[in-house]
Design a protein around this ligand. Structure first.
Ligand code: GLU
Ligand code: MG
Length: 473
């Protein structure tokens, strides 16, 4: 091989060529360029494979207005996101996957950029990239995984002429062997589809709620973890549609059933020279009573300090707050604890013999109706603020905070999380760190979209709210 005129193996050109070759070898006809919007909806446009190479270079044209669209497709008045103006949906060529549940189609995760390729202040994926960059500037990298739950059922008309209902496929018990039987064929399709996209399934079990499933995947560097969550959401829905089923990752698709979380597991390492997570587990300290380092405590301190505003990003819909109730294992108070499943931040005990599972933090007020890039980016900014300012999280709370008296809760600093999306948005608006990190365009659009959703559902009942969320998430 000659040098000089040969592109470096990691150059964009080579990666793009690899993507085209992969698309051709899988016989893909259409490649979806996917992004997540401020309503938490996954949207995109697709290109025919014959035009993939030029569209990787240019992106596909798109109106600026789509990031002002709510989850109900109502366009909000946001300056800079009106009928005039173009951006590009520009895919990351390293993310190409063939979609096992959509034969002939592939997908790539995309940024939204200006027509000249410069970053656009309304792009959520860029927000996460910037957060990863801020971490790297301090010498850290974050490894993460969303741990989603979802409800498998059928969409059926309401016998009383109300909105369609999600009727679960089973009434099996939590972790029950019967639950394994009843969802088996569907789950096998999902597991194979996730693995084929390199999402690396770790565990599966039927969860507490009727029809509720939990399939966890391996952790990955932060950006990849958010990309994975988009692909995951697409996969559980896509596989269900092909089987005549309906899968919903909505936080509370059925009002009187268990909610669907997407707990965020995260750990910090040093950052390697190429920007990837290094081998030093920054959260680990074997001499600490919970195995957590000083940096880990500070990171929790930052999460707790920003929690009321942060949940506006991690629990992004009206329906999210139907899930965040005391004693539902979703967390409802601003506390952390060791293996405490009612705490907003749980220090997870490591698995023996699996050092890479060592001390990670599980952030429970997180669900799949959030935009995963905004959620994870906000999480990083909040934790990093705690590290920078040396914020103490106080003492661990190793009891269910709902069982404490008001005075006891006050003594341990356990405040109730926002009980509505509107309250969370107020807290976000008052959180200077998160607002500054979002920047003027993104924060204005997010607040406008989410305030509109809150206003719409304020005058509707639970059946309508659950319907609107289970059909979209
Ligand atoms: N379904 C619970 C939630 O809404 C989580 C249950 C668990 O896995 O601990 O977060
Ligand atoms: Mg679970």
């Amino acid at each position: 091989m000659t040098t000089g005129d040969t592109p470096a193996p990691d150059s964009t050109g080579d990666v793009a060529q690899d993507a085209v070759a992969t698309a051709q070898s899988h016989g893909l006809e259409l490649i979806r360029f996917l992004y997540a919007d401020h309503g938490g909806i996954i949207r995109g446009k697709s290109t025919a494979t014959g035009f993939l190479a030029p569209r990787i270079a240019s992106g596909i044209g798109h109106t600026v207005a789509m990031m002002a669209m709510s989850m109900l497709d109502t366009l909000q008045p946001v300056q800079g996101m009106g009928p005039v103006g173009e951006i590009r949906i520009k895919p990351d060529p390293t993310t190409l996957v063939a979609l096992p549940y959509a034969p002939g189609a592939g997908a790539m995760l995309a940024d939204q950029v200006m027509a000249d390729g410069a970053p656009w202040g309304g792009c959520a994926r860029t927000f996460l990239k910037d957060a990863v960059g801020a971490l790297a500037a301090e010498g850290y990298a974050l490894t993460a995984a969303f741990e989603p739950e979802f409800t498998l059922g059928r969409r059926e008309p309401d016998p009383d002429d109300g909105p369609d209902r999600l009727v679960p496929i089973d009434d099996s018990l939590c972790y029950s062997a019967t639950g394994f039987h009843q969802a088996h064929d569907y789950v096998m399709d999902v597991v194979q589809a996730l693995n084929a996209q390199d999402l690396r399934v770790e565990h599966y079990y039927p969860e507490l709620g009727h029809g509720q499933q939990e399939i966890s995947i391996r952790h990955a560097p932060a950006l990849r973890a958010a990309d994975n969550h988009v692909l995951y959401r697409e996969t559980v829905r896509g596989v269900a549609f092909r089987r005549g089923l309906w899968a919903s990752l909505a936080p509370k698709p059925i009002a009187d059933q268990a909610g669907n979380g997407a707990h965020l597991h995260a750990s910090l390492t040093n950052v390697a020279a190429d920007g990837s997570p290094g081998g030093t587990l920054v959260f680990a300290d074997p001499n600490d009573q919970y195995g957590l380092s000083e940096t880990g405590y500070r990171f929790i301190g930052g999460l707790l300090a920003h929690l009321p505003g942060l949940v506006a990003l991690t629990c992004g819909t009206v329906n999210s707050y139907r899930r965040l109730q005391p004693q539902f294992w979703s967390s409802a108070y601003t506390v952390y604890g060791m293996d405490n499943r009612e705490a907003a931040v749980r220090i997870c005990s490591p698995l023996r013999g699996d050092p890479s599972s060592s001390v990670n933090l599980e952030f429970k007020p997180s669900d799949s109706s959030a935009n995963p890039y905004l959620a994870l980016g906000g999480f990083i900014h909040a934790g990093l603020d705690g590290v920078r300012r040396g914020l103490s999280p106080g003492a661990a709370v190793n009891v269910d905070p709902a069982t404490l008296s008001d005075a006891e809760r006050e003594a341990v600093g356990a405040r109730r999380l926002p009980e509505t999306l509107s309250d969370a948005l107020d807290a976000l608006e008052a959180d200077k760190l998160l607002m500054d990190a979002l920047g003027p365009l993104r924060s204005a659009a997010y607040l406008a979209v989410k305030r509109a959703e809150a206003a719409t559902f304020a005058s509707t009942d639970a059946a309508f709210e659950c319907f609107q969320h289970f059909i979209r998430f």
